[in-house]
Structures are given as C-alpha cells and as structure tokens.
Design a binder for this molecule. Structure first.
Ligand SMILES: CCCCCCCCCCCCCC(=O)SCCNC(=O)CCNC(=O)[C@H](O)C(C)(C)COP(=O)(O)OP(=O)(O)OC[C@H]1O[C@@H](n2cnc3c(N)ncnc32)[C@H](O)[C@@H]1OP(=O)(O)O
Length: 232
C-alpha cells in the first residue's frame, strides 16, 4: 500500500458563478449518509464490519491463488469457504426485518464506502467546504488490464465521489450522465486520490467535475450531471 499523503487542500477560492453558497450545516446534513463514518452502534454491527473486512481479504486471496498449486489444498479450502458461506447465509438477514436508519446509510452499505459491504475497497471520504476528497486502494479483484483498475470501476468510483460532491448544489439527485476521461491507467495496490466539486447549477440540474490522482499524477478526470427529483 502506498503512503502517498492526501492532496494539499486547495486554497480557498471564491464561489463559482451559478453555484449556491450552501451553508456548512446544510452540506453536512446532505452528506451525512456518507460521512463522517460513525463508530458502530452495536456489538453486532462492529462484528459485521469485521466480517466484511475478512471477506475483502478472502476476495483478494481467492483472486490471487495459483491454480498451478496443490489442487487438493484448493479443493479443501473451496469446501470450507462454501460451508462458511452457507453458515453466514443461515444467520438472520437484514432483508428479513425493517431496516434501521443506520442500515440504510451509505457509509454502511455502499459498494464504495460501505463498512459492511465487502465489495467496497473501502473508499474513505472527507469534505473541505464544497470540495469532496476521497481515497481508495483497489486490490487485485478490481483488475482490468494487468496491474490497472478495470475501466468500469474507474468510472464507478467517480460516480461515488461526484454523488457526494453534488451536495454542493444544496440538494441531492440521481446521476443522469457521467463522462470519465481515462488519461493513464489507474494502478492497483496504491492509494488513488479523488477530488470533486459542483461547477454549475441550473434548476434541478447540478454539474460536477472530478479528478483522480496516483502519486500526485492525474490519471482520470470527468464530469457528471445530477438531477434532483421534481418537487411533489
Ligand atoms: C426523493 C429524493 C431522492 C434523492 C435521493 C438521492 C440519494 C443520493 C444518492 C446519490 C447516488 C449517487 C449516484 C448514483 O449512483 S444514482 C444511480 C444511477 N442513476 C440512476 O439510476 C438515474 C436513472 N435516471 C433517472 O432516474 C431519471 O432519468 C433522472 C432522475 C436522471 C431524470 O429524470 P426526470 O424525470 O427528473 O428528468 P426530466 O425528464 O424531467 O428532465 C429534466 C431535465 O433534465 C434533462 N435530462 C434528463 N435526463 C438527462 C440525461 N440523462 N442527460 C442529460 N440531460 C438529461 C432533461 O432534458 C430536462 O432538461 P430541461 O428540459 O429541463 O432543460
């Protein structure tokens, strides 16, 4: 894992024309489903997070295990993991009860930042006024071209970071489109830094721009349109 420090905070810039100056408490409320990541609210949730972390290590190990190694050893662990999956599936499921407020939060369930989601690297988020920053390390399971993150995951990570940054419009909406220019490969196994910010707002529409960096070098940039629901 790289020890690259986060990108230095940009110098305070004047608000962009056409972008509202959203009060800090409103920004914090809009972003609260993603950040800050709270301490687990129960012993069970803490254990679920530990299970998700173990599952991430399992996914990485399975992706990397050598098929030219000992076939019997592989078969034996395949049986064990299969039994384990059945044991976990036999435990009570969140889908069998009304979800709690905490269950629904994206810092819990998102495929990028969710502590309980083994598919989440997990990405870490922070906010600096209207600018949202994030970082993540993508393991072997995200590989597309050798040593690089699959382009679909490159774009999906932008959607996550832009989805949080759209809060700079003073409201939340859904991604209508997303354009990502992949300028260089996004490397696996090293910290990737992101920054995103709303650049234009018109009615229900908010345009967000974002960039990603590996070791301080720009690897991708893009923009997305987020559209909030019509008032009912
Ligand atoms: C209740 C609140 C819920 C909020 C939840 C947020 C949770 C946060 C989670 C964050 C998740 C993170 C991110 C995720 O993962 S979001 C998950 C991935 N995204 C989706 O699933 C979105 C699917 N699409 C839709 O739901 C609708 O199409 C949306 C809501 C996007 C618009 O449907 P709506 O019926 O509202 O639109 P409208 O027809 O009245 O058009 C309005 C205006 O927009 C223009 N236009 C429309 N589409 C496009 C387009 N593709 N490109 C360019 N322009 C487009 C259109 O021309 C018109 O312009 P104008 O004529 O006015 O100039």
């Amino acid at each position: 894992m790289s020890t690259t420090e986060p990108l230095p905070a940009a110098e305070a810039a004047p608000p962009l024309a056409g972008v509202p100056d959203v009060p800090a408490d409103v920004l914090a409320e809009l972003r609260s489903t993603w950040l800050p990541r709270p301490e687990p609210d129960s012993a069970g949730r803490a254990e679920r997070h530990r299970l998700a972390e173990a599952a991430r290590r399992l996914i990485e190990a399975v992706k990397l295990v050598d098929p030219e190694g000992d076939a019997d050893a592989l078969g034996s662990v395949a049986d064990e993991v299969s039994d384990l999956a059945a044991r976990i599936a036999a435990l009570p499921s969140v889908e069998q009860r009304t979800p709690s407020f905490e269950d629904l939060q994206l810092h819990e369930r998102s495929p990028f930042v969710g502590a309980a989601n083994p598919l989440a690297p997990p990405m870490e988020l922070e906010a600096d006024g209207p600018v949202v920053r994030a970082h993540a390390v993508f393991g072997a399971a995200y590989e597309g071209p050798m040593g690089r993150v699959h382009g679909g995951y490159v774009a999906a990570a932008f959607d996550e970071v832009m989805g949080v940054a759209q809060s700079g419009a003073g409201a939340l909406g859904m991604t209508a489109y997303l354009t990502v220019r992949m300028k260089r490969g996004t490397p696996l196994h090293q910290r990737i830094d992101y920054e995103a910010e709303v650049v234009r707002v018109e009615g229900r529409k908010a345009w967000v721009e974002a960039r990603s960096y590996a070791d301080g070098v720009l690897v991708a940039d893009g923009e997305g349109l987020f559209i909030r629901a019509r008032a009912v």
